[in-house]
Design a protein around this ligand. Structure first.
Ligand code: ADP
Ligand code: MG
Length: 240
């Protein structure tokens, strides 16, 4: 589903990604962990070209993302992204947030888009909030709307960048539960997270990044119970 070859990313003189190779299979759930500044967000953002790729290649479903012949907007419609900050449109109701992109980009008519939006809002447990505005919702609710909004484009892959890091602790679980459900339904997911319980339970594979490299990867049980690399050990020692 996703193939990344020798991905390099520099900002000015700062080399943030120093040659990442990685494949993500259909329906696979991959959690990316690692210290702050290790390049996790940049890695995700390169997958759907929110950042320009300095060198290397990213393929999604066989199409090379960083090829001038590829229409990047086509790629972006296939890749849903959920950020730490929910980034909902504050002046639009919840349902309008969810219907906007499908109507604008997929050219779905309003009625069909609204039916789909209500289904998705029901799925994330927020059907009754459809006509509220984002500021009337808790952080956890806003993040669940953001997930519904991303799903409305029917993406092939969902990327999550620390989706629960900005939430009050009591709201973390409701968002993780929605993500867990998505994983169960077979969505292909790449999740940058500090929620090690989630990674252990839901991930098919855990990638540990440090200093712009993938330092170690494996089954959650391997990475958490028996890390091989000293940097992985040191990181887990600090957070577990
Ligand atoms: P992580 O998500 O693992 O915390 P990031 O990918 O956000 O790491 O950042 C990795 C490094 O790249 C950091 O040193 C950060 O300061 C730098 N960086 C990220 N985005 C930019 C940018 N737009 N311009 C310059 N430096 C950046
Ligand atoms: Mg980050």
């Amino acid at each position: 589903m996703i193939k990344i070859e020798n991905l390099h990313k520099t900002f000015g003189k700062l080399e943030v990604l120093k040659g990442i190779d990685c494949e993500i299979k259909e329906k696979e759930v991959v959690c990316v962990i690692g210290p702050s500044g290790s390049g996790k967000s940049t890695f995700l953002r390169c997958i759907n070209l929110l950042e320009e790729i300095t060198d290397g290649a990213v393929y999604i479903g066989g199409a090379q993302v960083n090829d001038l012949k590829t229409n990047i907007n086509d790629i972006r419609t296939e890749v849903g992204m959920v950020f730490q900050q929910f980034n909902l449109f504050p002046h639009m109701s919840v349902i309008d947030n969810v219907t906007m992109a499908p109507m604008l980009i997929r050219k779905i008519n309003k009625k069909a888009a609204e039916e789909q939006a209500l289904e998705l809002l029901a799925k994330v447990g927020l059907k009754e909030k459809a006509y509220n505005y984002p500021q009337q919702l808790s952080g956890g609710q806003q993040q669940r709307v953001a997930i519904a909004r991303a799903l409305a484009m029917k993406p092939k892959v969902m990327l999550f960048d620390e989706p629960t890091s900005a939430l009050d602790p009591e709201m973390v679980q409701e968002v993780l539960d929605v993500m867990k459900q998505l994983a169960k339904e077979g969505m292909t997911m790449v999740v940058v997270t500090h929620e090690m319980g989630f990674a252990r339970e839901v991930a098919d594979r855990v990638i540990f990044m440090d200093g712009g490299y993938i330092v170690e990867q494996g089954l959650p049980s391997e990475i958490f119970s028996n890390p091989q690399n000293d940097r992985t050990k040191a990181f887990l020692g600090k957070i577990l």
